[in-house]
Each structure stands twice: as C-alpha cells, then as structure tokens.
Design a protein around this ligand. Structure first.
Ligand SMILES: Nc1ncnc2c1ncn2[C@@H]1O[C@H](COP(=O)(O)OP(=O)(O)OP(=O)(O)O)[C@@H](O)[C@H]1O
Ligand SMILES: [Mg+2]
Length: 258
C-alpha cells in the first residue's frame, strides 16, 4: 500500500479536484483505492458519496479516539451516479474535524495518528489518496507523516508559486530528510495563456525532475462534475481531461512503485 498526499497550503489550486479524479482513475485501472478526506470543508466527501452529508463516523472520530473508532469503521464504498464506484472507498470528513484536531494538541504522538491507523488497513488497499486542507495544521502534519509521495498542484494564478518553498521546508522538517519524494504539476492549464505559462515555466524550471510532464487542462466539465457530485469519469466519460488524469496516474505510479 502506498500513500499519496495531495497537498498545497494555498487554497483553490485543485487539491480536491485532483484527489477525486485521480482516485477514480486509479480505481478504474483496478487499483484498490481509498480516498481519505482530511479537510473539514468536506468537499471530496460530498462528491465521492454522491451528495451525502451525514455519516455515523468520519475521520473526525478517528482523530478524536482511534481506539474507540478505528479507521476501518469509517470507510464506506464511494458512490457515483447512484451506484458504487468499483474499487473505490471513501473515508469521509465533516466540519467537526477542525475542533477535534485542536483538542488533539495535548495528545502524545498526535502527529502519527493517521500513520498508525493506515498501518491497520495496509493489506486492504493498493493506494491511499489524502485530500489535505489549505493550511499546515496538525491534519496536514498527519498527512505528511503518513505519505510516501507528495503531489503538489499549482494553478495558473501567477502568484500560485508563493509558498512552495515554505511547503517544501515543512515537508523536509517533518520527514527529517532533504530528499523528500514530491512532485509538482500544473492544474487548470490553458494553452492560450502564454504570459502566465511562460512565467510559470521559468519558475518551475528550478524543480527539474520534480516537475511532472502531465498538465491537467482547464475545462468546464470539471466544475460541472463536482456540482453534480461525481468524478469526471462517470459525469462525462468522453471528456478529454480524463486523458490528463490517465497520464497523471501513470507518472504518479512510476514514483511510488505499485
Ligand atoms: N482543471 C480544472 N478545470 C476547471 N476548473 C477546475 C479545474 N481544477 C479545479 N477547478 C475548479 O477550481 C476550484 C478549486 O478547486 P479545488 O476545490 O479542487 O481546489 P482546492 O485546492 O482543493 O481548494 P481548497 O484549498 O479550498 O481545498 C473548484 O471550483 C474546481 O471546480
Ligand atoms: Mg480542497
């Protein structure tokens, strides 16, 4: 089992969209995939549950008391278009997560709660995808401890690279190594946007082998799919952006060896 954290403390760069559609792509390819929502906004939860908001237990319960609520009890089959999505499971989040995390500050080993829980289900899944919140809170630190690869989306907003250095510093600190396994890719890519593309190309040049070749194009279908609470794969099976997710999945797999 390999754990991939979709992380960037900047908001709105496409973390959740990537987590949803990359998970769906892996599941389509036959990988037993678990998508874990670590954001109290719970956007991924709503989409991968087909619009559901209420669950008996969520990741909040796990952080509250992993002893009482082991993660396996909070995992449900993912839904799309009224059906189970084969090979895809979801561990939902809810709004209580931020409060629960604050209260965890007094717990010993509080930054390893997720890591330890994932160890209990390591034979059940090939891949785990973590959708991180737009901050470097204790939830994100738990994701950092648990992840084998950090997948960092950046968007076309010309300031979106601000903060990348801070993020990499945080990853190095938590992982206690300066050789962190991370990969950056461009989301919401628009070919026609020459000015921004040239600017970003220049900035990203320094990343060398850490920059993926795949870009995820900007398309209206992405927003429409999330409004109708579906991955793009079931919302619009013929969409060209699925090819981008296929390419992303391939590059990601090559970096985690599953
Ligand atoms: N490739 C794309 N094409 C078009 N729209 C996109 C694309 N990727 C993301 N979006 C849109 O951009 C917005 C932000 O995306 P998303 O919620 O995935 O970002 P995020 O990084 O998870 O945000 P947050 O930091 O709040 O968690 C959403 O409205 C989403 O539909
Ligand atoms: Mg998000």
């Amino acid at each position: 089992m390999k754990v991939i954290a979709i992380i960037n403390q900047k908001g709105g760069v496409g973390k959740t969209t990537t987590a949803i559609n990359l998970s769906a792509q892996f599941a389509k390819e036959g990988k037993r995939t678990l998508a874990i929502d670590l954001d109290p906004q719970a956007n991924m939860t709503v989409v991968l549950s087909g619009g559901q908001f209420e669950f008996d237990t969520t990741i909040s319960h796990v952080f509250e008391s992993a002893k009482k609520h082991p993660i396996s009890q909070s995992i449900v089959p993912a839904q799309a278009g009224g059906d189970n999505f084969d090979n895809l499971s979801l561990c939902p989040a809810d709004i209580r997560l931020s409060r629960v995390i604050e209260q965890s500050l007094t717990k010993v080993h509080r930054e390893r709660i997720l890591l330890k829980q994932l160890d209990t289900i390591k034979d059940d899944y090939d891949l785990v995808i973590l959708d991180c919140p737009p901050n470097l809170s204790l939830t994100s630190v738990n994701a950092m401890m648990a992840a084998d690869l950090f997948l960092i989306p950046v968007d076309g907003g010309s300031f979106s690279l601000n903060g990348l250095a801070d993020l990499l510093d945080a990853l190095e600190e938590v992982k206690e190594t300066d050789d962190v396994n991370y990969a950056v890719f461009r989301n919401e890519y628009a070919k026609a946007n020459k000015l921004i593309n040239n600017f970003l190309d220049e900035q990203l040049n320094d990343l060398k082998g850490k920059l993926l070749e795949t870009t995820i194009r900007r398309t209206e279908a992405i927003g429409q799919a999330s409004v109708s609470a579906e991955p793009i794969h079931t919302y619009k099976p013929g969409s060209t952006v699925i090819n981008d997710y296929k390419a992303l999945a391939k590059e990601v797999i090559a970096r985690v060896n599953v």
